[in-house]
Ligand binder design. Structure first.
Ligand code: C2E
Ligand code: MG
Ligand code: MG
Length: 723
């Protein structure tokens, strides 16, 4: 029985011989025949039938397995025990074989009397007459029911297993992540296409049975992974994890591939001890993350560090300083007249200039220095290590020289300059906040000193700034409470010495102390207070002029200093004309004094328009402090100026310094050639007066002719001169 192959249920006419085969193979001798017979009776199910298939003989085993009595079987057709399990073809083939005199062997499923099926390994051989004709058939069967059941169970199990594995493979293939499983010995047992695709360079090393180590080593050797710090990081982690798997588990590793993609690799050990590696493509997450990081850390225009990063790096630099007693510095750099570039050449040119400045700053710095754009045209530099103050001055000189190279913008060559405020650490501060504040104070001072300057922070500057801040608050309060006053300084016709008018000068007493206009006017300009301040002066001047006239005095005109902010303000002309009308005054009663500086303001077109509107209404416009700024003849022609005021600095020295008198004389000629009047300011001596008269200066103003007057002094002065 053991020799029966249980796996193949098909016919087995070509199988190895068994007992039945041996019996049927050759006619044995009589005694042998008996031995075979009794052996067969014991072991086999034997039956004989005639040529038509009618049963002629059955042994006990046959009766037992079929459940039929011998009497029921003899004479019955063999088909009595047919189970219906086999197709017709099966028996047709069998009959064809035996009817041709050949032996047939196969596994047949029969049905017992009680309906149960049983399997028999069957050999059927034809029985021949002496004449050689087929007389009938003898069948020898062995019960294989149990082994068939085992076989069926095994087949079912195999099918189930095969199905499950196929299903598993299907699922694994469908996963977009790379999946690879390694057995306890580290050999690859299962992987999907995504895994092989991710590690395309290492693909030759990826095959079932390959070891995890060999795949990764191959991948590293053949450049599968990006090089750099991040790459060596994960390789180190992976190597240490290989020595101690516990370290690696639960902690995802981030790998960057040489093609730039990012994979997140997560290892897990299954219950059975297999290592399951899942690699997920996180490139888009990483890209977004890096974009967000860049956006959070970088100035989008120049690509330099932004304020947040700057402060962070400054904190780091200061921390390091606490450990090492070295010197460092921060620089705040502000472009001079950046707004002019924006206003005259457009914002694109302004942007291009900022980018260029960023580039120049980056290239003139040393390794370890940090350059950032804090906003607008303000840049900042951290120099964590400076050997000495001299060294720092040399570095700053180099930066300033580089930054001040002309730039080509919007097809124009533009000269640029910058102001730099410097704070040294730890001397000028140990915290980013204090250092930045002090560098800002130094920058403010550098700007105040004029263009293209640098200034080191000094504690005295802070005091200066403090005063400025307190002045700002007090000035704001004073304006709101109309607490400012005016002084009137006479102007005289030099030819006949007659009074022609007054210049209106702002006066402010703060806490019992007089503050000079040269101090509070710049404060007002910086803090945006010039419109309310100017309006207050205008109101006071107009009502004063009306009062003086009401008193029967002849004050002449009022020359009023007007700032750029006022000329730019909406409705200035309307406001002024309305004010005059309310006080019964005309435009010819007022002269507008503007300094050259005003004509260079960024909003030139706005200011020019206002000046033309004023001129059209009959206001006279005087150009104040002429000769100190940059006004050219072209400017004078472009604006509706009717009077030039020679700055007092030329008048003051004209009798001592021939060059100053030459300038004063030139201004007088120039004005006259352009059909303008000339007023000389700051006449203090008779010599000055005589020289000015000699050269034909029209009007004069100065202590010699009359100090700025306040209150009743004006009335007194006017009363006296009319006598
Ligand atoms: P400014 O318009 O050139 O005014 C003339 C300045 O020269 C006045 O100074 C005046 O007091 C001074 N001064 C007049 N004669 C002499 C002299 O003989 N010798 C000397 N050393 N100085 C003389 P102040 O009042 O200190 O004003 C300074 C500047 O402040 C003015 O220069 C003007 O630019 C500005 N300012 C004054 N009031 C106003 C105002 O209401 N609005 C505006 N926007 N600026 C004003
Ligand atoms: Mg003036
Ligand atoms: Mg002046």
């Amino acid at each position: 029985m053991e020799s029966v192959n249980l796996i193949n249920a098909s016919t087995k006419s070509a199988q190895a011989p068994c007992v039945a085969d041996a019996y049927l193979a050759a006619p044995p001798h009589h005694s042998e025949l008996n031995a075979y017979k009794s052996a067969l009776e014991e072991l086999a199910i034997v039956a004989m039938c005639d040529r038509s298939g009618r049963i002629t003989y059955v042994n006990d085993q046959f009766c037992r397995i079929s459940g039929y009595d011998r009497s029921e079987l003899i004479g019955a057709k063999h088909s009595l025990i047919n189970s219906g399990h086999h197709p017709r073809e099966f028996f047709k083939d069998m009959w064809r074989t035996i009817a041709h005199g050949r032996r047939w062997r196969g596994e047949i499923c029969n049905r017992a009397k009680n309906g149960e099926h049983y399997w028999v390994d069957t050999t059927i051989a034809p029985m021949f007459s002496l004449a050689g004709h087929i007389q009938g058939y003898v069948s020898i069967r062995f019960d294989i029911t149990r082994s068939k059941a085992v076989e069926a169970a095994l087949t079912a199990e195999a099918e189930r297993r095969g199905g499950a594995e196929a299903l598993l493979r299907d699922i694994v293939e469908a996963i977009p992540d790379g999946v690879a499983t390694f057995d306890r010995a580290g050999k690859l047992v299962l992987y999907n296409r995504a895994f092989r695709d991710f590690y395309a360079i290492a693909a030759p090393a990826i095959s079932e049975g390959a070891s995890n180590d060999s795949i990764i080593e191959y991948a590293i050797e053949h450049g599968q992974f990006a090089t750099g710090v991040a790459a060596s990081d994960w390789i180190r982690t992976w190597r240490s994890g290989r020595q101690n798997p516990k370290l690696q588990v639960e902690r995802p590793l981030l790998q960057q591939l040489s093609d730039g993609r990012w994979l997140q690799m997560q290892d897990r050990y299954s219950m059975a001890g297999r290592l399951v590696t899942i690699s997920t493509d996180v490139t888009s997450i990483k890209d977004t993350e890096q974009l967000i990081k860049r956006q959070a850390e970088q100035d989008p225009l120049t690509g330099l560090a932004n304020r947040t990063v700057f402060q962070h790096r400054l904190t780091q630099a200061l921390d390091r300083h606490r450990r090492k007693a070295t010197m460092g510095a921060i620089l705040l750099i502000d472009l001079d007249k950046f707004k002019d570039v924006n206003d005259t050449l457009g914002h694109d040119a302004g942007d291009a200039l900022l980018v260029e400045i960023g580039r120049r700053l980056s290239r003139s710095l040393r390794r370890g220095d940090v350059v950032a754009r804090l906003g607008g045209d303000e840049f900042a530099v951290i120099m964590p290590n400076v050997a000495s103050r001299d060294d720092l001055i040399r570095l700053i000189g180099r930066i300033q020289a580089d930054l001040c190279q002309p730039v080509r913008l919007a097809r124009k060559i533009v000269n640029i300059s910058c102001s730099i405020g410097i704070a040294i650490f730890p001397r000028d501060g140990r915290s980013p906040k204090v250092l930045l504040k002090n560098a800002d104070i130094a920058l403010y001072e550098a700007k105040a000193r004029g263009r293209n300057a640098h200034c080191f922070f000094q504690p005295a500057l802070r005091a200066h700034l403090k005063r400025r801040d307190s002045l700002t608050d007090a000035l704001r309060t004073a304006i709101a409470g109309k607490g400012l006053d005016i002084a009137l300084q006479p102007q005289v016709n030099l030819a006949d010495g007659r009074h022609v008018g007054f210049e209106v000068l702002a006066r402010w007493r703060n806490g019992g102390q007089s503050i000079a206009p040269n101090e509070f006017i710049p404060v007002g300009e910086e803090c945006g207070l010039m419109v309310p301040l100017g309006n207050l002066i205008l109101e006071k001047a107009a009502s004063r002029l009306r009062d003086l006239r009401t008193k029967g005095l002849a004050p002449g005109f009022m020359a009023i200093n007007v700032s750029a902010a006022q000329l730019k303000a909406d409705g200035f002309v309307d406001h002024l004309t309305l004010l005059l009308a309310r006080n019964g005054l005309d435009p010819c009663d007022v002269e507008i004094e503007v300094t050259e500086k005003v004509l260079f303001d960024k909003a030139t077109s706005r200011i020019t328009q206002t000046l033309f509107d004023l001129h059209a209404l009959g206001f006279k416009i005087a150009l104040d402090d002429f000769g100190t700024g940059y006004a050219s003849l072209a400017h004078l022609k472009r604006f509706p100026v009717s009077r030039l005021k020679i700055d007092q600095s030329f008048v003051g020295d004209m009798t001592l310094n021939p060059r100053d008198s030459a300038i004063a004389i030139a201004i007088i000629h120039l004005a006259h050639n352009l059909d303008m009047d000339v007023v000389a300011e700051g006449i203090e001596t008779r010599e000055q007066l005589d020289v000015l008269k000699q050269y034909g200066c029209d009007f004069g103003q100065g202590y010699l002719l009359g100090r700025p007057l306040v209150g009743d002094d004006v009335d007194f002065y006017l009363s006296n001169i009319s006598k």
